[in-house]
Design a binder for this molecule. Structure first.
Ligand SMILES: Nc1nc2c(ncn2[C@@H]2O[C@H](COP(=O)(O)OP(=O)(O)O)[C@@H](O)[C@H]2O)c(=O)[nH]1
Ligand SMILES: [Mg+2]
Length: 488
């Protein structure tokens, strides 16, 4: 996400390194590079112009704060301005009204409407405790109905058996009546798209919207973030024709240049409500402009990381592991559980990018897939071990090594290599648990992982955490989170 932009910004900020204070002449070069970076990221030129104007005004108007160097000050101003152009904090679908709440999901073909409809249903059911009905309403591409139903079934979500022979507005109305009768809280209607904006599509959507008018539907447009300003233009057309209440940026996991995220709100006036970050149903995030600004500037996004960790990590499992560790025990089973927890958080690079300063380090390292492959290889080896072996790897001698190698499709050398690495890890865990008197949180480092960067030594000089980072309130889960510094 935003890799190019991050890189360009970090070069721009270097212009202010070692300067005593911000002045008109010394921010000139930095501003020029920020401007180029934004334009290259396909940000709308009007947005760029107003962005640069505000940053300049604020930078020159800033009081000299002792102890804060100009580079840090400038980064902070750019950060706040980025958050500002992306819009308001975390507006979600409005659920505070008498239901059922109707949500129309609109957009062109292939943008991620059906996927988002599924994701939103899961989010509202799991996080908001809502009874949700999914309604296929794409009469243009009938296969979309099966796609939505398959998703619904995989999540045990209710769906409406739409009659695709009817007109979309009829389907929407019928489904809504049904949801009233069955006391649903939210009805998500997955509408049809087209390859391009055309009158037929707009007419169809206007009719669906009209049919729902009395219940003031939420109208969310899904826009592929990779398409940059094109997405912005489409959003504007949709908004003018049917009136949007929110935008969903999809495919933010791909190499989005940033143009859509940074322009769409400014140009259309419609708030971004969600971002879609992958093909899986759980890959949905609420829109937090300040956190996204932090990610763009390589400040990481520790708050989101902690939230993800809290969701993915089984508290009980983590506590058991802690108890083992306090006794100085670290088994292959524990290691496997840790690797599984990490995998649940997402790809390694996506996790690392949320850590302040790691974006830069990642760019230097490049591909992290060797480390991920290594983890997968280890898992296969562990899966070929018996329960006893996982509890006490020391029983593994020559004949067992042979068996594990054959079972996992590896060479004996690979199994031995794994055991050697594990022994090293075990030693480290013991050392750490002694050092911290057992108070050390979960994740061990993984020695010998190829391509694994070290601690955020690659942090940018003069880095400052964004305001509010790490201020997250404790959720009463005990003082010592299951999640700790070790792995990173
Ligand atoms: N990587 C990625 N792929 C996505 C995301 N959202 C949707 N897709 C993929 O994009 C394709 C089109 O999505 P779909 O929901 O069918 O689009 P629709 O035509 O607008 O309903 C599918 O292959 C999805 O798996 C996302 O956030 N990230
Ligand atoms: Mg679809």
């Amino acid at each position: 996400m935003f890799d190019n932009l991050s890189e360009k910004f970090s070069t721009a900020f270097k212009h202010l390194q070692g300067k005593g204070k911000i002045s008109e002449s010394n921010i000139e070069d930095a501003l020029k590079e920020v401007r180029t970076a934004l334009l290259e990221a396909d940000v709308n030129f009007k947005v760029v112009k107003s962005f640069i104007g505000s940053v300049k005004e604020k930078a020159l108007g800033e009081k000299v704060i002792t102890g804060v160097n100009p580079e840090e000050q400038f980064i902070k101003i750019v950060h706040d301005e980025l958050a500002h152009v992306m819009g308001v904090e975390n507006e979600e679908v409005d659920l505070e009204r008498p239901g059922p709440v109707a949500v129309l999901v609109v957009g062109l073909n292939g943008q991620g409407k059906t996927t988002f409809s599924g994701k939103l249903s899961l989010h509202l059911k799991k996080k908001k405790n809502k009874k949700v009905l999914l309604v296929p309403c794409d009469t243009f591409r009938p296969a979309a109905k099966d796609q939505l139903i398959t998703l619904a079934k995989s999540m045990e979500m209710d769906w409406y058996d739409s009659d695709l022979g009817k007109r979309p507005e009829e389907i929407a109305k019928e489904a809504f009546e049904y949801s009233k009768k069955e006391k649903y809280d939210v009805v998500i209607i997955d509408t049809a798209g087209r390859l391009h904006v055309d009158n037929e599509l707009m007419g169809e959507l206007v009719n669906v919207k009209k049919a729902m008018e009395s219940v003031k539907p939420e109208v969310l447009m899904v826009a592929d973030a990779m398409t940059g300003q094109e997405a912005v233009n489409v959003a504007k057309t949709f908004h003018d024709a049917i009136g949007l209440t929110g935008i969903v940026l999809s495919k933010m996991d791909s190499d989005a240049r940033g143009g859509a995220a940074l322009s769409i709100r400014h140009v259309t006036g419609v708030p971004i409500k969600y971002i879609s970050t992958g093909e899986k149903m759980k890959d949905l995030e609420l829109f937090h402009p300040d956190r996204l600004a932090g990610r763009i500037l390589d400040m990481g996004d520790v708050v989101s990381l902690v939230e993800k960790a809290e969701e993915a990590i089984d508290q009980k499992e983590a506590e058991n592991m802690m108890k083992n560790l306090e006794k100085g025990r670290f088994t292959v089973d524990d290691f496997m559980k840790q690797m599984n927890m990490i995998s649940k958080l997402g790809s390694m690079s996506s996790i690392l990018k949320m850590i302040p300063g790691m974006g830069g380090a990642l760019r230097e390292i490049g591909d992290l897939s060797p480390a991920e492959n290594e983890m997968d290889k280890m898992k296969v080896i562990i899966n070929s071990m018996t329960k006893q072996e996982r509890q006490d790897y020391k029983v593994i001698k020559e004949s067992r090594i042979k068996r594990i190698a054959t079972g996992s499709g590896n060479t004996e050398a690979a199994v031995k290599d794994f055991l050697a690495k594990f022994r090293q890890m075990e030693g480290m865990m013991k050392q750490m648990s002694a050092m911290f008197g057992g108070g050390m949180p979960g994740m061990p480092g993984m020695p010998g992982m190829p391509g694994m960067p070290g601690m955020p030594g690659g942090a940018q000089p003069g880095f400052r955490a964004p305001k509010g980072a790490g201020k997250k309130k404790k959720k009463g889960k005990g003082k010592r989170g299951p999640w700790g510094g070790g792995f990173f």
